[in-house]
Design a protein around this ligand. Structure first.
Ligand SMILES: C[S@@+](CC[C@H](N)C(=O)[O-])C[C@H]1O[C@@H](n2cnc3c(N)ncnc32)[C@H](O)[C@@H]1O
Length: 249
């Protein structure tokens, strides 16, 4: 971009597999023994897990059988911060987490806390999956929902600004191994090489939140964000064989 040009505030829709199909493949191929989910709503992602599970959501809207083959499914109808204040996932499930899906409050500081709290309960080689971190236009990535989108197809879409959390983890936690996928509609990030003993986020929380909030998607532009996130095609991870090259439990 040369000076004077306005950065592009939208990109074409993501072309990868639908996020639920990637999550299903992760469950089937990796066969996690303990799973935690933040943000369940109707249970479209929860139903994919077959192992002992914790589901956290202040407003569950489940109307179908989401328990399926799970031998245990623990529901906590409360905000995730309260859950982590009062409960220990490892004690509930009898050991560390193998996999987690973070899809709760879509504000960057909430996701940062959800990630830090979840990481403490994980095995090093667990996979923590973040949802909605690849906004395809700036309007859907504001901190408050707006109905005014560039592409009318995005009417009612809201990723919030959790892209900031993913960018922060890429920049400030180079020890993590992060794969960002162009899963439809708004991306998935799969994070491994976790450090359950890390206190980096807790110790630097206020500075990290200030840093994230200093970034502007309107200034940066959506194409530059996608480049910084190193978004890759879901075709890189669309089979068990390809997943095994990156993840193991
Ligand atoms: C996008 S929906 C989850 C969708 C589900 N994971 C799926 O794939 O079908 C987001 C959910 O996060 C929940 N949520 C909002 N604030 C939360 C918080 N502080 N802690 C946990 N969940 C929260 C909402 O109640 C909502 O049900």
């Amino acid at each position: 971009m040369t000076s004077g040009q306005t950065p592009a505030l939208a990109v074409p829709n993501l072309r990868g597999a639908v996020y639920l199909d990637i999550l299903r493949l992760l469950h089937r191929a990796l066969n996690p023994r303990r799973y935690l989910e933040i943000g369940t709503r109707r249970g479209d992602s929860l139903v994919l897990a077959e192992c002992p599970t914790i589901s956290i959501d202040p407003k569950l809207e489940i109307t179908s059988d989401v328990i399926g083959a799970k031998s245990q499914c623990h529901f906590y109808q409360m905000p995730s911060d309260r859950f982590f204040e009062d409960f220990d996932p490892k004690a509930i499930l009898g050991g560390p987490l193998d996999m987690a899906f973070l899809d709760g409050m879509h504000l960057c500081e909430f996701l940062l806390r959800d990630f830090a709290n979840t990481e403490k309960a994980c095995k090093r080689n667990a996979v923590v999956v973040l949802h909605d971190c690849v906004p395809v236009e700036a309007a859907i990535a504001k901190r408050t929902f707006t109905e005014k989108t560039i592409n009318p197809v995005h009417y009612n879409w809201w990723t919030g600004d959790v892209w900031r959390t993913l960018l922060l983890l890429i920049r400030r936690r180079p020890d993590l191994r992060i794969t960002v996928l162009d899963a439809q509609p708004t991306g998935l990030a799969c994070i491994t090489n976790l450090d359950p003993t890390s206190t980096f986020i807790d110790d630097n929380y206020a500075d990290l939140v200030a840093e994230m909030l200093s970034w502007s998607l309107e200034t940066m532009g959506v194409p530059a964000l996608l480049e910084a996130l190193r978004v890759t095609s879901t075709s890189e991870l669309d089979s068990a064989e390809k997943l095994y090259r990156r993840f193991w439990l």
